[in-house]
Design a protein around this ligand. Structure first.
Ligand SMILES: [Zn+2]
Length: 119
């Protein structure tokens, strides 16, 4: 069976366990993957940082209530958060760095800023 180079797609001659024509193709390929990974990390980091700054803006005095509509209006992305925190009562806060939010009834949210002594 013919094998094709993962980088340039040329047919590879020689040993059957080779994945690339030569070192140049290998380097090329690995660099492309690196760029892709860096790109998706940047995208996710950007969303998380944006979420954080929205929470910071709305979370006045370290604790506040806000509506889902307001969060969405600011461009909040509910699909991304850094970690979860479950209270003893079984409530689960979602955090974007040091700011967290808890879903309340009827599309309201409680916003909190993490207290170093607390969480
Ligand atoms: Zn190649």
């Amino acid at each position: 069976m013919e094998k094709h180079c993962l980088d340039c797609n040329e047919i590879i001659k020689g040993r059957s366990d080779k994945k690339f024509c030569d070192d140049q193709c290998r380097t090329n390929y690995n660099n492309k993957i690196k760029i892709e990974v860096t790109g998706s990390l940047k995208t996710i980091n950007k969303i998380l940082k944006q979420n954080r700054s929205i929470l910071e803006k709305l979370c006045v005095d370290g604790k506040a209530k806000t509506s889902k509509v307001k969060l969405v209006q600011h461009g909040f992305n509910f699909g991304y958060f850094t970690h979860l925190y479950e209270t003893q009562k079984g409530q689960t806060y979602k955090f974007c760095y040091e700011f967290g939010y808890l879903a309340l009834e009827q599309d309201w949210f409680l916003l909190v800023k993490r207290n170093e002594n607390n969480v």
